[in-house]
Design a protein around this ligand. Sequence first.
Ligand code: 5AD
Ligand code: SF4
Length: 441
Amino acid sequence: MRKRYHLTTFGCQMNEHDSERMKGMLESIGYGEAATRDQADLILFNTCSIRENADNRFVAHLGEAKRLKAQDPTRVVGVGGCWAQSVKEEVFARFPFVDVAFGPGQVHKLAEFLTSDSLSAQGFFEFEGFTGHLPAKRAREFQAWVQISVGCNSVCSYCIVPSTRGREVSRPTDELVAEARALAADGVREVTLLGQNVNSYGRDLPRERRTSFAELLTRIDAIEGLERIRYTSPHPKDMRIDVIKAHAELRSVCEHIHLPLQSGSGTVLKRMRRTYTRERYLDRVALIREHVPDCALTTDIIVGFPRETEEDFRQTLEVAEEVGYDGAFTFVYSPRRGTEAATLPDQVPHEVQVERMERLVEVIQRRAHERAQRFVGRRVAVLVEGTSRTDPSRLRGRSRHNKVVNFDGLAAPGDLVEVLITGASSQTLTGEASLVSRASG
Ligand code: 5AD
Ligand code: SF4
């Protein structure tokens, strides 16, 4: 009987992509996917540790794996990703039913473990650069991720990522272009370039092969068949004019930039070790608006960082008001083990964090709603992803601005449809399809 795996993914797009590679690897060594955990011979988790609630959610799932393993001890339980990396060998002491644990990106180690003779507790936690030269099992045929670098050289004081993913290593440019070309030939229309800090791409490459992020965008844009290029996440400190111009000049680079603000207060930014000021951030926004006036801007903001005063927070509200984001991910600050910020005095009380969050969300949603109105009456190109989550009789896709569009019409996933926008809320646009271009066309 063919062995079966069940994989649960937590966290960011980087993890989603690692999971695709794990699935590709597992299928290449003969495993099939199980629909539910209890049908699986191999129960896997790809974990996240970015905030405390990510840890808690995952630990609850582990409980079920423990029960299933007790029912059938031949089952193998594996835990990969950032949480595993952040606790390392401790995982075996705390959760003795875990057979294998491995850090982010270590897909090949999982293969090594599964094909070895001894399936006793093993951990793999080295940082080795990019190791995913395996076929990825993509969730959608027409969309793909390309991981351009691993790790992060920043030292943001709240963030666990540098300790779970190691220092930044860029993949060679020719290899990335070849990967993107192969994806295009395989029917991919949209690629998302992934890295912890995409726009510092290339700085660690040997001088004779050094390529900037903007040059990488130019080379990928030249690939026939790719309609859309996205990337996440850039760091404001590395947002240069060449990257901004790429949005204006390159056909397939989408009109959307996710530019994590984190805080609008200079003193908090300093304590976060973000290495930019509020002024420099706003200057980047002005440059984007000058060269790509219609560009959608989204962001990440942390509320209630240690010692954040009412005045600091007011400055965050001010920036949110002034920029007018098309959308934002907002997070209550969560102390992470081993980070500098977790040791700072004057942690902000939870009630204050929650109250500030409510005020921030009000500004974000109001501004996003206002911004979205500019699309009403316009025809926008929508890449169809499936049916609407709220109304299965309608279709859902995304515009180049990364807005979710729910619309009436006939089209298949992967089609590019022209949609006349008739309504807009802070989160989604609605409309009617007019023109369809087939995925094959
Ligand atoms: N607490 C809250 N939010 C955090 N983020 C990263 N670390 C923390 C933390 N300790 C947020 C940042 C980052 C996003 C991916 O998660 O806003 O940009
Ligand atoms: Fe974390 Fe900062 Fe690196 Fe982003 S840039 S992953 S927030 S350390």
